[in-house]
Design a binder for this molecule. Structure first.
Ligand code: GLC
Length: 749
């Protein structure tokens, strides 16, 4: 049988590679290309059934990194040569990807290029802050830059596709994967989802520095009961559509080429077998024309879910639901041929899945150049370039959230004589890169101790670990106290290890792990000024620390440039501008606690007994969503709504005046929240609908106008139809979800 893929086709596709692109909200979505579809027609017509199934099968390459690292095994090489796989994940490096691609396009019969996928979540060789930290920047451009740099580095190492952005809304910080997303809010999560897709995919997916994005984990994976990973999700369809799905739609509108089906079930149907999710919503309602990959073995897990009795049934349910590519379960490999011959899976269904995968390979330009101009020279020049490292430092600084700063202890003077840097995360190279750091080298991580020493070379900088991140050993605390007594100011780096958040890393307690709280208490007891520098992958419960310490910096896991970024903020070369993307509870028992909750018939009032509250803790979070301080102060005044009555098809414009009332320049994140006062379904007490970062110098005043289309006030009704309901709305404009100026307006039809 003649080879499917010929040189003339390559010429056509090179001409075709500059696909006409349609600018969509927040990104570029390739327009439908008849040439590509015709090319796919001829390829599919020439494939055997086994070769078609091969395109739907993805294997892990076991972190093969080529000649110097682990070799990919011969079984995988044979599968490539026999056309029995269309994609590998966890193969890294320009040389090994070139070697395997050569087998696919020269030695296999169909000569279809392979797709190399990898979790490029927040960096590649230059590690950026974890996504939750990046969301704390509230800066879409910064987040897009992070993804852009990560894509360029990964693409130079032969990667075509990242399993990111993770866009799961998370309202329960016990869930370890809150670290990988953008927190609790749908609007902020949607902004960040689109920014990451734009960064990864650039303006044209066939650009060799672009990698294809993958919106995951579709869907509502963050709604796991008890914050326990992989656990049951039981939510109304309205909540699914209004809280969890919009970030996925934002990723799609930004042009995301793929989606990843999640492990969890929703209301009894596992996502990987859900025709409602994978076809009705994703394709029929949203018009998605890319492809869906399963999560690792999530097709096989339809069996323990109790949704399929056999691997064959699991394969049948998944492919008929609209799941195109099987990551590592082998269910497709082992069963699709017989399912097609038995008529349980239509040939057309199989062909549609193959078509969607080939379409994305065409859009990536893989048929025009299967190697995407990838060479060891380009790789060496791209990885960890000075520009990339500078970008990582800039994004990291923006992610830092100042939670407390009593008596303006911060910024510290650079003339400070003696500084004690204490704690298990103070001189730690591994944990600051956080979860899903990928194939990075942590030896060149700038620790907090490194950053402080570099920032104040004339100061005496002392160090003591004090205790471990976890465990019961307190033997080192007295030495740490001894070091603290010698210092003028203490930086206490405490928090979590990188493997306390991320996949399969839910925690039942949000307090500082191990004996760190004892370390904090002992150092505090010296009477010296203590700055708590938190490094963590989730909101923590910090009541005691917040009650006793004068200053608290939330630095999350900031990646390679951790120490420089924190020092930039500590010594004032960068004023902190981060804002919380998720609420911080007072105690673990408060979770789930999130700002856009319902009011109930007896809204929490700590002064009234019979209301929705706890007896033993105030009803508010320790720090609310959107909270963050800086080195100056701002005053909000004169809220004015352009028109007190707004047509449902118009926009609402709200203006305030903002003044820098402090003595330093700084950035404020002006946030606009809305409450639909009465609805056919109850509505949240607040919902973020817009925000603006504003920089003001001391004494400067400016007016800030935020406008939102009234359609943004829509919600899904009892009939599953989205609508804006006429009536009164309250608007809040302020520095976080717990305060702000208040106004009202009416929407009419
Ligand atoms: C994992 C994760 C998913 C990741 C995939 C490939 O189990 O759930 O986020 O992309 O496997 O590594």
């Amino acid at each position: 049988m003649k080879p499917i893929f010929s040189a003339s086709l390559a010429l056509l596709l090179i001409l075709n590679s500059n696909l006409s692109l349609t600018q969509t909200a927040g990104g570029v979505k390739p327009a439908h290309s008849p040439d590509i579809e015709h090319s796919i027609d001829s390829i599919i017509a020439g494939l055997t059934l086994q070769e078609k199934i091969g395109q739907l099968v993805q294997y892990s390459g076991g972190w093969s990194t080529g000649p110097t690292g682990r070799r990919i095994n011969d079984e995988k090489r044979t599968l490539i040569k026999e056309g029995k796989t269309g994609s590998l994940l966890n193969v890294i490096g320009s040389s090994v990807t070139h070697e395997l691609q050569k087998i696919a396009v020269e030695e296999s019969r169909a000569k279809i290029p392979l797709l190399f996928g990898l979790d490029v979540i927040h960096g590649f060789k230059t590690t950026f802050p974890i996504p939750l930290a990046e969301a704390a920047t509230w800066d879409a451009e910064a987040v897009e830059l992070s993804a852009r740099v990560s894509a360029a580095e990964a693409a130079s190492s032969g990667i075509h596709w990242t399993f990111a952005p993770m866009v799961d809304i998370a309202r329960d910080p016990r869930w370890g994967r809150i670290a990988e997303g953008s927190g609790e809010d749908t609007y902020l999560g949607s902004v960040m989802a689109a920014a990451r897709v734009r960064g990864f995919q650039g303006r044209n997916l066939s650009d060799p520095t672009a990698i294809m994005a993958c919106a995951k984990h579709y869907a509502a994976y963050g709604g796991a009961e008890g914050g326990r990973d992989y656990n049951t999700v039981d939510i109304s369809e309205q909540t699914l559509r209004d809280v969890y799905l919009p970030p996925f739609k934002a990723a799609l509108d930004a042009g995301a080429g793929t989606f990843m089906a999640s492990f969890n079930e929703i209301n009894g149907v596992p996502s990987s077998g859900s025709h409602f999710l994978l076809t009705t919503i994703l394709r029929d309602e949203w018009g998605f024309d890319g492809f869906v990959v399963s999560d690792w073995n999530s097709i096989g897990e339809l069996i323990p879910h109790g949704y399929a009795g056999t691997p064959a049934r699991a394969a049948e349910l998944a492919i008929n639901a609209g799941l195109d590519m099987d990551m590592e379960s082998r269910c497709y490999r082992d069963n699709l041929e017989s399912l097609v011959t038995q008529g349980k899976v239509r040939a057309a269904t199989l062909d549609s899945a193959v078509r969607r995968i080939l379409r994305m390979k065409f859009r990536l330009g893989l048929f025009a150049d299967p190697y995407r101009a990838c060479t060891p020279e380009r790789e060496a020049k791209t990885l960890r370039s000075a520009a990339n490292i500078e970008a990582a430092r800039n994004v990291a600084r923006k992610a830092i959230v100042l939670l407390k700063n009593e008596h303006s202890l911060l910024p510290l003077s650079k003339n400070v004589k003696t500084i004690a840097v204490i704690g298990p995360l103070a001189n730690n190279h591994r944990d600051p890169v956080g979860t899903w750091a990928g194939p990075t080298d942590t030896n060149n991580v700038v620790t907090l101790l490194d950053g402080v020493r570099a920032a104040v070379p004339a100061s005496r900088v002392l160090f003591a670990p004090g205790c471990a991140i976890d465990g019961t050993d307190t033997a080192g605390i007295s030495a740490a106290v001894g070091v603290a007594r010698q210092a003028d100011v203490i930086l206490l780096a405490a928090g979590e290890s990188e493997d306390m958040s991320g996949e399969a890393r839910s925690r039942s307690s949000l307090e500082l792990p191990g004996r760190q709280a004892d370390l904090v208490q002992a150092v505090h007891a010296t009477g010296k000024p203590v700055v708590l520098v938190l490094m963590n992958g989730r909101p923590l419960a910090l009541s005691r620390e917040a009650a006793n310490l004068p200053a608290i910096l939330e630095t999350w896991f900031l990646g390679h440039e951790t120490g420089h970024a924190i020092a930039d903020v500590l010594f004032g070369s960068y004023a902190p501008s981060g804002r919380l993307p998720a609420s911080f509870p007072r105690v673990t028992g408060q979770v789930p606690i999130y700002y856009n909750h319902k009011n109930t018939g007896r809204p929490a009032d700590d002064s009234v007994h019979f209301t929705s509250r706890y007896l033993d803790v105030p009803s508010t979070p320790l720090y609310p969503f959107g909270f963050g301080l800086t080195y100056t102060s701002f005053a909000y005044a004169d809220l004015a709504i352009a028109s007190p009555r707004v047509k449902a098809t118009d926009s609402v414009s709200v203006r305030i005046t903002l003044k820098n009332t402090g003595s330093r320049g700084g950035e404020e994140v002006v946030q606009l929240y809305v409450r639909d006062e009465v609805g056919s379904l109850t509505r949240p007490v607040r919902e973020l609908k817009a925000y603006r970062r504003v920089r003001l110098e001391p004494g400067q005043t400016t007016s800030v106008t935020l406008s939102i289309p009234a359609t943004d006030l829509a919600f899904t009704g009892v009939d599953m139809r989205r609508r804006v309901e006429p009536g009164m709305f309250t608007v809040y404009v302020g520095p976080n979800a717990g305060e702000g100026l208040v106004g009202r307006f009416e929407v009419f039809e």
